[in-house]
Design a binder for this molecule. Structure first.
Ligand SMILES: Cc1cc2nc3c(=O)[nH]c(=O)nc-3n(C[C@H](O)[C@H](O)[C@H](O)COP(=O)(O)OP(=O)(O)OC[C@H]3O[C@@H](n4cnc5c(N)ncnc54)[C@H](O)[C@@H]3O)c2cc1C
Length: 366
């Protein structure tokens, strides 16, 4: 039921808008109310006006959203896994009451600030810092590549302190806090990405997440979001396979439809095989997650495998469409360009390979 409702929403309300949004480089913000109405924001959280769905349902939500566009799924992933999750897992009761229902209703938008311009693969080298002065914290530094940054009402910002890395809820109107949109992206054009700047921003103690100190805070959020990505990219790959199949059925070359060629059938069959294997991986991961047994290394394997699968399929689908494959009339090139971001954010492919390598060899090769 969850999958069908999201699929219908994407087909009826999102697909008519996406081409214009991607070409004109904007996030279709008018859809947020509909997304919230369906219960897709913070859907795994119980209470606080959230849907309380299991992990497979969250995965299917991501899959159906990203069948539309990675930008739409990114919006929901960030709000749910990177903003609402840490507030729910590490926030005070007052923080949860204040933010979670408003975020579930889409009335407040959040963003997650971890990456800095000098390199996110090494988050331990964090320069953004906060110093306690009186009852407040004074925050200085900047964050880069932040999804939803320019439209966020609240940013969960990770900063170094004398105690270790802490999470701060920085509100959009706090003096000294500014956000700037990153323009001219060739990927995720239907998603807003920005840079955040903190110039002596005074953050009250009540806006600090009390429940976690250290990098395990942001890393645990990334594990949640990466899980969603493993499902999301399946949707992008499914959209590309569906388009390549339909195009090959209609395209007549050498007096027969393209689908009558063995090599085309092999390529379509290979896409189907890889999508099915990815689905099995994510489905099993979801079972482990609900049982409280999912390990970050397993998520790394799935994020690496499924992003690579989807990107390869998008490129192959683009090729099956021939010259038409580079046209915005078709979805393959848009998914292909988006997936270049998705394979990079939340840990690059190399980073996930090194996570798995470390688990196998016991050697940290970062
Ligand atoms: C569209 C978009 C949206 C994003 N949204 C967010 C967001 O909402 N919040 C957020 O905090 N961040 C966000 N990010 C940032 C994203 O997570 C980072 O871009 C990503 O983690 C890579 O970090 P980097 O860009 O600094 O690359 P770098 O860390 O500089 O890496 C550069 C290259 O070096 C490789 N590399 C790194 N270390 C090693 C090593 N030890 N050995 C071999 N190779 C290595 C990498 O694999 C990569 O190929 C977003 C990025 C994009 C593009």
């Amino acid at each position: 039921m969850v999958q069908d409702s999201v699929r219908r929403f994407v087909d009826e309300q999102f697909m008519p808008l996406i081409r214009d949004a991607f070409e004109q480089h904007y996030f279709p913000r008018n859809l947020v109310a509909g997304v919230a109405e369906l219960g897709l924001l913070g859907s795994s959280i119980e209470g606080y006006d959230c849907a309380g769905l299991n992990s497979i349902c969250y995965g299917l939500i991501c899959q159906e959203l990203e069948r539309g566009d990675s930008g739409l799924r990114s919006f929901v992933s960030v709000q749910s896994s990177l903003v609402m999750y840490p507030i729910h897992a590490y926030g005070s009761e007052a923080q949860k009451e204040r933010w979670l229902p408003a975020m579930a209703r889409g009335e407040a938008i959040g963003c997650f600030g971890l990456t800095e311009s000098h390199g996110d693969s090494d988050p331990g080298n964090m320069k953004t810092h906060a110093v306690k002065k009186g009852g407040d914290w004074v925050l200085n530094g900047s964050k880069m590549w932040i999804t939803n940054g320019p439209i966020a009402d609240a940013a969960v910002v990770w900063a170094a302190t004398d105690e270790g890395v802490r999470g701060f809820i920085v509100e959009k109107d706090m003096p000294g806090f500014t956000a700037q949109e990153i323009e001219n992206k060739f990927s995720l054009r239907a998603s807003v990405t920005g840079a955040l700047f903190f110039d002596d921003v005074r953050v009250p103690e009540e806006n600090v997440l009390p429940g976690v100190v250290g990098l395990k805070g942001p890393l645990s959020c990334l594990t949640q979001a990466r899980y969603g990505i493993t499902w999301g990219v399946i949707g992008a790959a499914q959209a590309c396979l569906a388009e390549a199949l339909s195009y090959a059925e209609d395209r007549v070359l050498f007096d027969r439809p393209l689908t009558h060629n063995q090599s085309i059938q092999q390529r379509l069959a290979d896409m189907s095989r890889r999508i099915t294997a990815a689905q099995m991986l994510s489905w099993r991961l979801g079972q482990l997650k609900d049982a409280g047994e999912m390990q970050p290394t397993q998520v790394s394997i799935a994020k690496w495998n499924n992003c690579r699968m989807a990107l390869d399929i998008a490129r192959d689908a683009r090729d099956i469409l021939g010259g038409a494959g580079i046209s915005a009339e078709y979805v393959a090139i848009r998914h292909m360009l988006n997936l270049e971001s998705v394979i990079t954010y939340e840990g690059t492919e190399t980073v996930h390979q090194l996570v798995v390598g470390k688990e196998l060899t016991g050697v940290n090769a970062f």
